[in-house]
Design a protein around this ligand. Sequence first.
Ligand code: GMT
Length: 375
Amino acid sequence: MSKIGITCYPTVGGSGVIATELGKILAERGHEIHFITSQVPFRLNRVYPNIYYHEVEVSSYPVFQHPPYDLALANKMAEVINRENLDILHVHYAMPHAVLAILAKQMAEHDVKIVTTLHGTDITVLAIDSSLKQMIKFGIEQSDRVTAVSESLVKQTQEMLKTEKTMDVIYNFVDEREYYRQPNDELKAQYHIDKGEKVLIHISNFRKVKRVPDVIQAFAQIQKNIPSKLLLVGDGPEYAACYQLVEELGIADAVLFLGKQENVSELLSISDLKLLLSEKESFGLVLLEAMACGVPCIGTNIGGIPEVIDHGETGFITELGNTEQVVHFAEKILQDTAAHHRFSEHAKQFVRDKFASTAIVEQYEQLYRQVLNDV
Ligand code: GMT
């Protein structure tokens, strides 16, 4: 059993979810887990034996224009490596976490192995910025092992950073104990969703890259032929613009803006179709969560999405920005009950076969064993 430090962004987001769920399952399997973050990760919502939390405190001094969060994190990492005798520090995101882990390793009194998992934004967004590119490349190349959440992300990282560093693909997973279909007619009634209506859902942080207006435009067409409602879950910079678009299209009665929600599996359980029409997406964890709840998905042919949706089996892949195609595929799924049932069953099976939590966590454990034995 190993002593593993984990650093991630603790606020809402797929990378934080994966890092926390991984820590929880590793702890259940007997490893000692030390989260080193600025806040308690939001999914760490109760007491878990074998899990410890180390808060990064950032003091602000008049002499510093900006509080030195990054350096405080590196310092805390080194402190925890020494005190808890960590074997591995597993960081999520190269920028800044891998870079800080390397600094902490140099400061620490004994050796620790650095495992870095790439989730996408640091490569697909930050690495475009030439002032950060060198730093991201450094973080990746100096890590003892690097994993990425999709084949597509590995390719993109290698191309953008011109690096030959080996990267293992370890897909994301869902906790099957939380994500399964729990039909709930009462919840539907509370949202004033009629029995005959279909429910479409979109979940994101409403950043521009998520292209939520495409979801709304497609839905505006779909609801002309199919009585339906659209659930918009999450919050972010484009939320107000989306609200305005819904008003302009005259579909406000059919669109429910639900904001940030904790129990998305309950909302997925009353949904019939999930739309994720992003222009950048290294994986699309929300697709996996939807499929685990038996919700077929339509996603764009971008990044890792085609690795997560099995086209024609668990949903459909569309061209970016082609809302006509989204409407066509949505009608194929929603207008035929037998087809919907087939897609839904295939979606659940696909998640069990390709993204089962135990199998994925075992891949991380194997990687840890390899890095510790250096084989
Ligand atoms: O998508 C986001 O904006 C959030 C970001 C994050 O840090 O959580 O998501 C990234 O990591 C997720 C977990 O691996 C992936 O499912 C998302 O596809 C990825 N986002 C992007 O690549 C834009």
